[in-house]
Design a protein around this ligand. Structure first.
Ligand code: SAM
Length: 201
């Protein structure tokens, strides 16, 4: 993989204020994908393709289907993926993940799109996650606001952070998933879908 092109994709994203995964969070995800031998990934929120490209860097066996709503970012992602010669392994869909439908099964679903809709997205895509597979949810710490909402000034933001906190509580207590909070980057939740043969509890 051409690391100079990848660095340029990252530099340009940061310069254009495109939100991309933080370095620590990415290091964790890359290690996680490698350790768990994850191959087929669904990503919600492509932005300009940076995380998808980095995930594919783990192994030749990794392939990604990624959904991005914003047309300009979608175009930029397609361009970046082509520049990295990964068009055979990363497919980007320009659409709304809250409406998209697929029958495909995935080893991991990376939720990095509309933060206030994580619960809805999880409900929508849980049928596409194989037993023993993982939801990975980025930005759950949300700059510390989820733990400490006091400094939030706008009502809209307060409502969103409340929704994120409720989602995290519900997921932590959902017996169908074994959920771990990873304190890295801006916080990542890893929820493993239990299979029927797992012990409950
Ligand atoms: C945090 S960025 C994704 C960053 C990317 N995963 C990375 O680390 O390189 C979130 C993206 O989700 C997109 N998004 C927001 N709502 C969406 C929706 N309903 N469907 C698909 N994409 C959405 C935004 O346009 C934005 O580009």
């Amino acid at each position: 993989m051409d690391s100079r092109i990848l660095e340029e994709i990252k530099r340009r994203a940061l310069e254009d204020s495109v939100p991309i995964i933080e370095d620590d969070g990415l290091d964790f995800m890359v290690q996680f994908i490698e350790n768990q031998h994850i191959q087929r990934i669904l990503e919600i929120g492509t932005a300009v393709g940076y995380s998808s490209i980095c995930f594919c860097n783990v192994s030749e066996d990794v392939t990604v289907l990624s959904i991005e709503k914003d047309e300009d970012r979608y175009r930029q992602a397609v361009e970046n993926i082509r520049a990295m010669n990964l068009e055979d392994r990363i497919t980007v869909v320009n659409g709304d993940a809250r409406e998209y439908e697929t029958e495909e099964m995935f080893d991991m679903i990376f939720l990095d799109g509309p933060k206030a809709h994580n619960a809805e997205l999880m409900a929508r895509y849980e049928k596409n996650l194989r037993n023993g597979g993982f939801f990975a949810v980025d930005d759950v710490y949300f700059h510390g606001y989820v733990d400490n909402p006091a400094p939030i000034r706008t009502r809209r933001m307060r409502a969103m952070v409340r929704k994120m906190a409720r989602f995290q509580d519900e997921l932590m207590n959902d017996p169908r998933y074994e959920t771990t909070y990873i304190r890295t980057g801006d916080g990542i939740l890893i929820a493993r879908k239990r299979s029927d043969t797992d012990e409950q509890g």
